[in-house]
Design a protein around this ligand. Structure first.
Ligand SMILES: C[S@@+](CC[C@H](N)C(=O)[O-])C[C@H]1O[C@@H](n2cnc3c(N)ncnc32)[C@H](O)[C@@H]1O
Length: 223
């Protein structure tokens, strides 16, 4: 494990993170992730979002795949207060389940979920390998774990391409992304190291949407 994992992280308070997440940049990003995830979800699947924050990924998924059973989990009661309000705005479907717990000790039986996802959360977990091992433990056979983080190696060209797609000036997005990356981005090597420490056998790190990594892993083989 590199020393950077041990740096204290500066996180905005839940109300501010929720406010920022309502902006079109985060809404666009969660929309992209929801579309990606839809491809991994069989009909009626069960999905767990670890470190769900204000719940905007779950909201995008609820609109895209109303039949999927969604569970959001977060360590912070305050974040869950916000996600309850965000998800109450999704009409025409039963509410998502929200659970207060630690990623490093998931309160679920083994083989419960078809997909376990975490977006921008793993880099905060004190022991990310333990958290990833927990995500793998609760996956059903043939299920998928999908963990999204910012790319520390994101190139100027990649950031510019994203800026174009978002309709933002690159001169604005570029310094903002670099600043955010100082504390909140991981390298592909770090993600591979975490996967190895978690004991994952079938995993890979893929670049997605220009500036993100997706650590993908399959459920561990049955004993
Ligand atoms: C940067 S926010 C990301 C929220 C959301 N996934 C998103 O994409 O907007 C990180 C979230 O991870 C949660 N978190 C941090 N450490 C955690 C842990 N050990 N277990 C569960 N959640 C945790 C925080 O409370 C916060 O809501």
């Amino acid at each position: 494990m590199t020393s950077r994992f041990r740096l204290p992280h500066l996180e905005p308070p839940p109300w501010l993170y929720t406010l920022l997440s309502r902006g079109f940049v985060m809404q666009d990003i969660h929309g992209r992730f929801a579309l990606d995830l839809a491809g991994f979800l069989p009909p009626g699947a069960r999905l767990l979002d670890v470190g769900t924050g204000p719940g905007f990924l779950l909201k995008a998924l609820a609109r895209l795949r109303p039949e999927v059973q969604l569970t959001g989990l977060d360590l912070s009661y305050k974040m869950l207060w916000h996600s309850r309000r965000v998800l109450a705005g999704v009409e025409g479907r039963p509410g998502s389940r929200l659970v207060q717990a630690n990623a490093q000790a998931l309160p679920f039986r083994p083989r419960t979920f078809d997909v376990v996802v975490a977006t921008f959360s793993l880099h905060i977990w004190p022991d990310p390998a333990k958290g990833v091992a927990e995500c793998a433990r609760v996956l059903k056979p043939r299920g998928w774990g999908l963990i999204y983080e910012l790319q520390r190696e994101a190139t100027r060209a990649g950031i510019k391409a994203l800026a174009r797609q978002l309709g933002l000036p690159a001169w604005l997005l570029y310094p903002g992304f670099r600043l955010l990356s100082l504390q909140h981005a991981l390298t592909a090597g770090e993600l591979k190291e975490i996967a190895a420490q978690a004991g994952l056998i079938r995993s890979r790190v893929r670049p997605v949407h220009q500036v993100f990594w997706r650590l993908e892993f399959e459920a561990p083989a049955l004993p």
